[in-house]
Design a protein around this ligand. Structure first.
Ligand code: DGL
Length: 276
């Protein structure tokens, strides 16, 4: 193996989202790939992504990927369903390094576990309107019926930290009533913010419905990708910071939130001007 490949093994993984949602994916990477370093970017100045146009999300994603590349990452995880839906396939051909999103892994697992072929998807307006989950599920299970429901208020409620608030319960009930007569047996949490509301969604949907959090499968997919490219970290280069966090606004609020859900304590989130 060449020396540059050797060094690449020890480079971090770049992970990004519009805000705190992608931390649910970062958390899963930390659990499943504990030897990998992570550089996380949360676009807290420009959240939400879910109501913005495809062109805007492609532009934001390009800026963030350039920033992560400048930090020397070896692979990118698009820890945002909206950016995975709108930007991933557009940007992939421009990239030299491996890149993975969250939609494909989530769709695959839902198609595999459904018993009755009736799958619900909740996500942002962008993700649900793109019908990307339907397309991806049909690749594995062409007969499946896929019902999508946009839940745009979930993102600001999660960013605000109202994970158990009665108002969030009311909002969740109002959105999820859509599935009441639908007979779905599987529901994809198709926005990386939503696993933070998992207990509430479980309570409303009942035990009979499988809840799919694409983060788990995404971390598995990342592991395979790093192995294929022979850039998985074997535990070397100790002393480098394991995890670094960058945001485009409200760094202190982000840090406090991250510390409430991550398995490690983060000391700071650094503020950067992503447009520059
Ligand atoms: N967490 C992101 C997603 O998975 C984006 C949410 C948003 O910013 O609207 O779609």
């Amino acid at each position: 193996m060449s020396e540059s490949f050797e060094n690449q093994k020890y480079a971090p993984i770049g992970v990004f989202d519009s805000g705190v949602g992608g931390l649910t994916v970062a958390r899963e990477i930390m659990r499943q790939l504990p030897q990998e370093r992570i550089i996380y970017f949360g676009d807290t100045a420009r959240v939400p992504y879910g109501s913005k146009s495809r062109e805007t999300i492609v532009r934001y994603s390009r800026q963030i990927i350039h920033f992560l590349e400048s930090k020397g990452v070896k692979a990118i995880v698009v820890a945002c369903n909206t950016a995975s839906a709108f930007a991933l396939e557009k940007i992939r051909p421009e990239m030299k390094m491996p890149i993975i999103g969250v939609v494909k892994p989530g769709a695959k697992v839902a198609a595999e576990i459904t018993q009755n072929g009736r799958i619900g998807v909740i996500g942002t307006e962008g993700t649900v309107g793109s019908h990307i989950y339907t397309e991806m599920i049909h690749m594995h299970n062409p007969e499946a019926t896929v019902l999508g429901k946009a839940c745009p208020l979930f993102v600001p409620l999660v960013e605000e930290g109202w994970l158990k608030d009665p108002i969030t319960v009311q909002v969740a009930k109002r959105y999820l009533v859509y599935f009441q007569e639908s007979d779905i047996d599987t529901l994809i949490l198709g926005c990386t913010h939503y696993p933070l509301l998992r207990a509430m969604i479980r309570e409303i949907m009942g035990e009979r419905v499988n809840l799919v959090n694409p983060a788990y499968e995404t971390a598995q997919g990342l592991k395979r990708l790093l192995e294929q490219h022979e850039i998985a970290n074997d535990g070397g280069m100790l002393g480098e910071p394991m995890y670094q966090f960058y945001v485009s606004d409200a760094a202190e609020k982000f840090k406090n939130f991250a510390n409430s859900i991550l398995p490690c304590e983060i000391e700071e989130a650094q503020l950067i001007h992503i447009e520059e």
